[in-house]
Ligand binder design. Structure first.
Ligand code: EPU
Length: 419
């Protein structure tokens, strides 16, 4: 099993380029199931989750060819409508094939993902929405079995602005009869990016990026090319790496508007964040102050940066509160930070963090993707050596993070451990 061995204490500096967004790549790849014509997607990151999505699409009848970061996909015919448990259990985002399969073929059999380390993560809103569009949905032997002769647009209010739920319903609605209105839709940039791709394929979508989507169904979609948005969570992680090491890092090729909440919180903590065009320079020196954050749907502070921001708070001056409102158990990193000497008290959905003068390197265990990134950040500032085990979680969503950090002067090595 692979781990990261980090020797902490280096101040990092320099310039790095952002990769394409994992959480945009997965729905974009799934959306190509909606047409028989060829599609190409640019800036696709080379990540474990992207490879899993490619395997899933191949099993459904898609030919997939990668040429560097550009991936060409075509599904002349859907040869299977089943997303098997083996693939879905390694990547919950496999559920994103449900909407496209149902819209294109009238049926889908997709394994239920089950819970995960950060929460129960039900998909009831995806299923209720599809049922409102006329699908017959049953749960059989751990699978969602969905059938619909023809989906029909309707007016739908989402009880929560679920990200992949909004995506699934938007994709299904592109080929439905009539008009679909989704109220309280997710506003995440990845939803807007998917809508932009669907529009290039011929879909009629208004309101992408807002909480009200209007989708007028069309009889068929065509092939299209789309270069996806940069990964705001990777960028945010690198900005926090600069802040935690009191370094000076410029990340290029990004959309600053996607990172507004983080930029403001970093400034509030005392870091200097300069935005120029498509790049952000983050600098810090001396002690930063504690600030509190509350995770919320976009444009609120992203839950996917909560663990990394908390790593910074473990070494700021004073006390701050991290409130997690999106997932009920996204605090597994707290016990690992404590092994490194952090002072954090958990009270329900709040983590009360009192900053320390420093952390001490330790052997720790990654428990999910973003928690792993937080542990890496903690390792960068800790005294001595930190070993972050189970780094396969990190590889799901960060492309060669150790090389990017290494190019900025961090001492991070990928090592193979027994057991
Ligand atoms: N929820 C329901 N019912 C539903 C759907 C969601 O109650 O039918 C609840 C969830 O249990 C959760 C909340 O709503 O408490 C938010 O879930 P959402 O559906 O928005 O999350 P998701 O679509 O499963 C995506 C990202 C996550 C990211 C969240 C929130 C992808 C592939 N995944 O998940 O990314 O944390 O939105 O922004 O886009 C990650 O990259 O590390 C990651 C976990």
């Amino acid at each position: 099993m692979e781990a990261f061995r980090i020797r902490g204490g280096n101040t990092i500096s320099g310039e790095v380029q952002a990769d394409g967004a994992k959480n945009a790549a997965l729905p974009l790849l799934a959306a190509t199931l909606l047409t028989g014509q060829p599609c190409t997607i640019g800036r696709v990151p080379d990540l474990a989750d992207v490879r899993t999505m490619r395997s899933l699409l191949t099993a459904l009848g898609t030919t997939v060819e990668a040429n560097g970061a550009t991936v060409a996909l075509q599904t002349p015919n859907i040869t299977s409508t089943e997303a098997p448990y083996d693939l879905v259990k390694t990547m919950r985002a496999s559920i994103l094939v449900l909407g496209p399969l149902l819209a294109r073929t009238g049926e889908a059999r997709v394994s239920l993902p089950g819970g995960c380390a950060i929460g129960a993560r039900p998909i009831s809103l995806h299923l209720e929405g599809l049922a409102r569009m006329g699908a017959e949905i049953k749960i059989e032997h751990g699978y969602v079995v969905a059938k619909a002769k023809k989906l029909t647009g309707c007016r739908l209010y989402l009880d929560f602005p679920t990200v992949t739920g909004t995506m699934n319903l938007m994709m299904a609605a592109t080929l439905a009869d009539g008009v679909m209105i989704i109220e309280n839709a997710a506003c995440e940039p990845e939803v807007k990016d998917l809508a932009d791709f669907l529009i290039r394929m011929g879909a009629r979508i208004d309101g992408a990026g807002t909480d009200r989507l209007v989708i007028e169904g069309v009889p068929a979609l065509s092939g299209a090319h789309h270069a996806m948005i940069p990964d705001r969570i990777e960028v945010g992680t690198l900005m926090l790496a600069a802040a935690i090491t009191r370094g000076d890092v410029t990340v290029t090729g990004l959309h600053p508007a996607h990172l507004e909440a983080l930029i403001q919180k970093l400034r509030e903590a005392g870091a200097t964040v300069d935005v120029t065009g498509d790049s952000i320079r983050t600098r810090a020196s001396g002690k930063l102050h504690a600030v509190s954050i509350r995770t919320l749907p976009h444009p609120g502070f992203p839950t996917d940066l909560q663990a990394q921001f908390m790593a910074l708070m473990t070494v700021t001056e004073g006390m701050g509160i991290v409130t997690e409102t999106i997932f009920e158990s996204r605090f597994t990193h707290v016990a690992e930070y404590a092994r490194m000497g952090a002072n954090i008290r958990l009270e329900g959905q709040n983590a009360i963090v009192t900053g320390m003068d420093g952390l001490s390197g330790a052997e720790v265990m990654a428990t999910d993707l973003r928690a792993s990134a937080g542990l890496v950040l903690a390792g960068l500032v800790a005294d001595g050596e930190t070993l972050v085990r189970r780094i396969y979680h990190l590889d799901r969503g960060y492309e060669k993070l150790e090389q990017k950090l290494g190019s900025l002067g961090a001492d991070v090595a990928r090592v193979t451990m027994a057991g």
